[in-house]
Unconditional design. Structure first.
Length: 274
């Protein structure tokens, strides 16, 4: 017997910008939306029967149309509204997954903004009749510290050339995502608090390894916010290698480095409640 396994379809990379006009200032919001639907779509695959397929172009148009009245607060609230819409209006859809990434823009004047770089706020909402899961997070958070970081007492084998370091640059392009225990009234406020906790912990932690700092950041979030069920962090180690100045008759007292993009160490971990 051959049969269709798990499947889904949807529309990815829907680019949407919105101006929310207030009497004294404007809000500029810029998001990317991914839509994925699961449900009764077997005959579309096995028979070419499209009678249960909502076109992905329609899904794209739905994002723009619903954004007019319903993208007014957090990306979590908008993602939840989109997911509910697809499940409730399409009988054949059992589960809708909405992912949204929002670019960081900071207001300079009531009507002018400056980009926050590559950093993005994210959410993923999975909605069906049985449960709703809301995951929020942040990507491309580039952070660095110039001291209070080392890496020593590691395994050495015949191929080890890395020298222990008691004082080094620690740089990472951090990605964090956390799952909420339930719905919140203020997702934006919670996001701001969690982001600040992650940054404060990174800056103040005396790091013996990236792994230790990752755990400390996740632990700080769980201890501070009971609304968070678990948190996953990805922290690629963006290496800064001391440049050899001795060849020029000069000493290098942790001052001059070569920043390397690749290869890099890739450290991940999930911190959970027992």
């Amino acid at each position: 017997m051959i049969k269709l396994g798990e499947n889904s379809y949807g529309k990815n990379a829907v680019q949407l910008s919105k101006i929310i006009r207030h009497p004294d200032y404007h809000e500029f919001r810029q998001i990317t939306v991914n839509v994925s639907l699961q449900g009764d779509f077997e005959t579309a695959h096995t028979l070419g029967d499209n009678t249960k397929i909502l076109p992905t172009d329609t899904q794209k148009n739905t994002v723009y149309a619903l954004a007019k009245d319903h993208f007014t607060t957090s990306i979590e609230a908008f993602a939840l509204h989109l997911a509910e819409h697809f499940v409730h209006t399409q009988q054949q859809v059992a589960t809708a997954t909405i992912e949204i990434a929002e670019a960081a823009w900071s207001r300079m004047t009531p009507h002018a903004y400056i980009s926050g770089g590559t950093e993005k706020r994210t959410t993923k909402v999975v909605y069906n009749a049985a449960a709703t899961t809301i995951t929020s997070g942040i990507t491309d958070l580039l952070i660095l510290k110039t001291t209070d970081s080392g890496f020593e007492h590691f395994v050495k084998d015949p191929y080890t050339t890395l020298k222990p370091a008691s004082d080094r640059i620690l740089a990472t392009q951090c990605e964090a995502s956390w799952i909420y225990n339930g719905a919140l009234k203020d997702y934006t406020g919670m996001f701001d608090h969690i982001r600040a906790t992650l940054l404060d912990t990174f800056a103040g932690h005396n790091s013996l390894s990236v792994q230790q700092t990752l755990y400390a950041m996740g632990e700080a979030v769980l201890r501070s916010y009971p609304e968070v069920k678990e948190i996953t962090l990805k922290m690629p180690n963006k290496h800064h290698i001391l440049f050899n100045l001795e060849q020029f008759g000069m000493s290098n007292q942790n001052e001059i480095f070569i920043a390397t993009d690749e290869p890099y160490g890739y450290i991940t971990g999930t911190v959970i409640r027992e």
